[in-house]
Design a protein around this ligand. Sequence first.
Ligand code: DAH
Length: 360
Amino acid sequence: MDGIDTLKARYLAAISAAYDEASIEEVRLAALGKKGEISLKMRDLGQMDPAQRQVAGAMLNLLKDEIDAALRAKKMALGDAALDERLRAEWLDVTLPARPRPRGTIHPVSQVMEELTAIFADMGFAVAEGPQVESDWYNFDALNIPPEHPARQEHDTFFMHRAPGDTRPPHVLRTHTSPVQIRALMAQGAPIRVIAPGRVYRMDMDQTHTPMFHQVEGLAIDRTISMANLKWVLEEFCRAYFEVDKVELRFRASHFPFTEPSAEVDIRYSNVGGQLRIGEGDNWMEILGSGMVHPKVLKAAGVDPDQWQGFAFGMGIDRIAMLKYGIPDLRAFFEADLRWLRHYGFSALDVPDLAGGLSG
Ligand code: DAH
């Protein structure tokens, strides 16, 4: 049959010239597709007489198989070539040195949270968390601050909106980390030793106040925990955190609804030409509120106050960060000024731990 050799030569050439999946498919359709040249020729077989058909049919089938095989082989070869090309292009030299310093820095507040977590972990305190949008029960009632209590006004609370017609008391942005005491006690019961660092919110803005700031709550409940334990834990914390041997704390009688008795704690420091030094001098700075957890608070959290007792404290994280790292203005903490962050930020590779030196 005429033309078979020509057809074969033409298609094999086209296959060898194909350079990707799409061009192979084009050749396949042109030859073997429904309306392909070879398929049409096979359809013509029907009009031949039987003797002719036998010869031509065999030749066409052979041609079809050959082209089919050539297409498959080409497809495979192209796949291999593509893989080779990828392997050539996608390489990584794992022996190159790491970059000496990441471009970003760790914010002083994050750094201080890591530091105090390491110190309290060493004393057996786990980290507890609670939501920043809090119900007024956790933020106030459970902490012995009933609706008519003056402390509610003093907290300058941000209230969330309720849907119109919903008369339930609105949720609040938590005004302190103390609600985490309740959540941790309800989840875990006594005995317990936790700290809860995090963001808190109050409607207040001046040189020493920002509407969002950070606190860390501490809570230790067991059978015989006393104010003496509180004093030791706080002194131990300050020694480790400020990295000085001598710290002096002053406990002043105070009042909080959720503790009885209550104490505010000041730390001794000196200020020579704007340089703050902890543990010396004649100045006192208040750093935290504390006390023995009020029986009503234990009861609200489902803990029997006849069986269990312990201390709690709440400390301003931003304040102790400023003290330790000599940062003069609180508001700059939250302005995201890159120059400030580069100056006061910490290396991401310098993870605080007690053995290695807290602040690197
Ligand atoms: N929640 C108090 C505040 O935000 C701080 C505080 C005082 C927390 C005494 C305590 C505490 O756990 O015992 O001002």
